[in-house]
Design a protein around this ligand. Structure first.
Ligand SMILES: [Zn+2]
Length: 284
């Protein structure tokens, strides 16, 4: 029987919000999770955050649990879920870092100069020092932990494509990457209406796994992980409502106003700003 513990980064100020953001409001990056799946002596981590400081705190948190880390699984190729890998692997040198084979090229792309410069502009001086590390392709379909299965499941589209979740049958848990969101605005900047339809199908895949716990990549720090039906229902509602609001909106400001009327209590308003402005941006 494996157990699940969740580390949440909290919201991080970002130094270079996209053009049009009200400079009097502090833009923040959504709170991000890293999940430890533990057996008696060993553990597997899912996703590894981005800044050096939060990766250091994550390492302390894992070490305090007294487990030997054998692997880090990366759910999708966005750097805010894996640039902390170099810090984690330095602390646990025998651990391997893996992702689905189709995710690996996207993770590697995030280590290009252009992408690293983008992330550095958001978090100046805060990225881990030294050479960043991308996950390698997972061989086979299962990560074994003390005789129990940890099963990556490809789901296609989330806030990026390709994406995956992790099913932990013995814990009744799914660690959902960015497929679901919990108590926080959903990052839709990289999606269009068609991608959001595919995203709804990804939520169906998660539901079919019938988890009792659903940990998602971005959740408000206080958000419960055991109300799976609500996390799924919320994520679906938000995607559908966003497209309804988008169809009726003349510009990003209107879209933000409509969404805020329903979802104003959610964490990280900057996410909604980025999602809305991206829909109206002229193609490059
Ligand atoms: Zn993310």
């Amino acid at each position: 029987m494996l157990s699940i513990d969740v580390f949440t980064s909290g919201y991080k100020p970002i130094a270079a919000p996209a053009q049009g953001w009200d400079p009097s409001a502090q833009a923040t990056w959504p709170a991000t999770t890293s999940t430890l799946i533990s057996g008696e002596r060993e553990a597997v981590l899912v996703d590894a955050l981005i800044t050096a400081a939060e990766a250091d705190r994550l390492v302390d948190w894992i070490q305090a649990k007294g487990k030997e880390l054998t692997a880090v699984y990366v759910t999708h190729g966005h750097a805010d879920h894996f640039l902390g890998l170099s810090v984690v692997l330095a602390a646990f040198p025998s651990a391997i870092a893996v992702a689905l084979p189709e995710v690996v090229p996207y993770a590697q792309e995030q280590l290009s100069q252009g992408y690293l410069a983008y992330w550095e502009s958001l978090f100046p001086g805060q990225l881990p020092a030294g050479k960043p590390v991308a996950p390698e392709a997972l061989h086979g379909e299962v990560i074994w932990l003390e005789g129990e299965q940890i099963r990556p499941v490809a789901v296609g589209q989330s806030d990026t494509h390709p994406s995956s979740v992790v099913h932990v049958p013995s814990a009744g848990a799914v660690v959902g990457g960015d497929v679901g969101y919990n108590g926080i605005h959903m990052w839709l900047a990289g999606t269009d209406a068609e991608a959001r339809q595919q995203w709804l199908a990804a939520l169906d895949i998660v539901e079919a796994l019938r988890p009792n716990l659903l940990v998602v990549g971005h959740q408000a720090p206080e958000a419960p992980v055991d109300d799976v039906a609500e996390i799924l229902a919320f994520s679906r509602r938000y995607l559908v409502d966003f497209d309804i609001a988008l169809a009726a909106a003349a510009d990003a400001a209107q879209l933000i106003a409509t969404m805020t009327a329903t979802y104003g209590k959610l964490g990280n308003p900057y996410t909604l700003f980025a999602s809305a402005t991206a829909q109206f941006a002229s193609p490059q």
